[in-house]
Design a protein around this ligand. Structure first.
Ligand code: AMP
Ligand code: MG
Length: 414
């Protein structure tokens, strides 16, 4: 039986890859209107004051505040009407003492005016108005630049834009932004037994899980998955698919056939595409041992195990950080929850073991219950809240021992 000759730790696997390839983030300019979810490459500095002029906060009458001093319900004052200012126009008048101008919400304050009396407190007559309320300078006026000041940074570099942020960009008149280019990630499923969900399941076939789970994992890192389809276990077919992935994307993920058995032709097919080729084959991790890393035409190719749970775990441990670094989308600092182990774990010696667990509360205490029987059980993984890492040198973790549960990102079972 073939076996792995050079199994290395996850850390040395990453170090070996990084000698040949390092993630280099790139920038791209896109319309601000479609920038939700993207990460800013530069601070956004406003080129204008927002609002760009002093404006009326309410419908009413623009006045000199001092003209209204002393006005009350019982002793109103009279002001002469100098005209009308509506939103969208620029007033040419200069308001003199004893005068007012009718004004609509959002209209610029005429020169000479410094406050607005709301229409509720004013009774207009022919050519004049009676004002029943005093206002102080600045009252019911939104000052120029009070929202955003010209030259002020409105959004900072590396901010991931949400819909409120793009509203701010609109207010500042920004229509294009420079953001991190989203890394494009090719996803290839290999296995002559695989068919797409929805297709007829003929004898001996199973549905492809990895295309879906890896695509969504890639998206969660702020990258763009590009599924290149299911490829049968044929050297030429795998070679062609990987070659296409290398041309069209930044990173290739290929699952299945990654081990060293007779049916495992993926590493050879990838290696045939050029130098330096395979850099690592075999990682001291469970699940995840049959993993390989290659670099072809300066692009990394990650060969993930076919078992869906293994593929996801390897993605999480090996690939995700690189995608986050390229996309600029920060990895949510993993919430680590201490819990008592509910049942003993026997772990493979010389391999780091990742054990998916469910968190259960009993008498106010967290317990971690291992959920998996074998690495093929995707449905049991979907009931897990996270996993614990059993280090290389440990063989037994006892029931009742306090362990650290690393929660899966964005998975909420509460
Ligand atoms: P392999 O790594 O190709 O030896 O596959 C290991 C196991 O995972 C086999 O039972 C495969 O049928 C299964 N498998 C491989 N790829 C997938 C996939 N994309 N979706 C679901 N199961 C898969
Ligand atoms: Mg296979």
């Amino acid at each position: 039986m073939n076996d792995f000759t050079h199994v290395v730790t996850l850390e040395s696997a990453k170090a070996a890859l990084e000698e040949k390839w390092r993630p280099k983030p790139r920038d791209v300019v896109i319309p601000a209107a479609s920038a939700v979810g993207r990460v800013l490459s530069k601070d956004i500095i406003s080129k204008i004051d927002v609002p760009p002029f002093d404006r009326a906060t309410y419908d009413g009458y623009a006045v000199k505040a001092s003209d209204t001093f002393g006005a009350t319900e019982r002793s109103p004052i009279e002001l002469r009407l100098a005209g009308r200012v509506v939103a969208g126009t620029w007033p040419k008048m200069v308001l003199r003492s004893g005068f007012c101008a009718e004004i609509t919400t959002g209209a610029p304050l005429p020169r000479g005016a410094d406050a607005v009396v709301m229409s509720e407190y004013v009774v207009p007559a022919d050519g004049s108005v009676t004002c029943y309320r005093a206002v102080s300078p600045g009252e019911n006026v939104t000052k120029r630049g009070s929202d955003i000041r010209k030259g002020q940074p409105v959004l900072r570099r590396l901010k991931r834009l949400n819909y409120l942020d793009v509203a701010v960009l609109a207010a500042a008149g920004v229509d294009k932004v420079m953001v991190r280019d989203r890394p494009r990630v090719a996803i290839i499923s290999t296995g002559s037994e695989l068919v797409e969900p929805g297709a007829r399941l003929r004898p001996g076939k199973i549905y492809d899980v990895n295309a879906t789970s890896l695509s969504e994992s890639v998206r969660a890192c702020g990258a763009e998955p590009i599924f290149l389809g299911i490829v049968p276990d044929r050297f030429s077919a795998i070679k062609a698919a990987v070659s296409k992935g290398i041309k069209a994307t930044n990173i290739v993920l290929i699952s299945g056939g990654s081990s060293v058995g007779v049916g495992d032709i993926t590493p050879g097919a990838v290696a045939s595409l050029g130098k330096p080729g395979i850099i690592v084959h075999g990682i001291a991790m469970k699940p995840g041992k049959p993993t390989f890393i290659a670099v072809v035409k300066n692009k990394p190719v990650f060969g993930l195990p076919g078992y869906p749970v293994s593929a996801l775990m390897v993605f999480d441990q090996l690939v995700a950080d690189y995608l986050h670094e390229l996309s600029g989308v920060p990895r949510s600092p993993r919430r680590i929850v201490p819990a008592k182990l509910a049942s003993r774990i026997l772990s493979a010696k010389g391999r780091k073991e990742l054990v998916p667990v469910r968190l259960v509360k009993k008498n106010g205490q967290n317990f971690a219950e291992p959920v998996l029987k074998g690495s093929g059980a995707i449905t049991s993984l979907s009931t897990a809240d996270g996993y614990i890492e059993v280090p290389l040198e440990r063989e037994i973790v006892d029931e009742g021992e306090v362990v650290e549960v690393k929660l899966f990102e964005g998975v909420d079972h509460t």
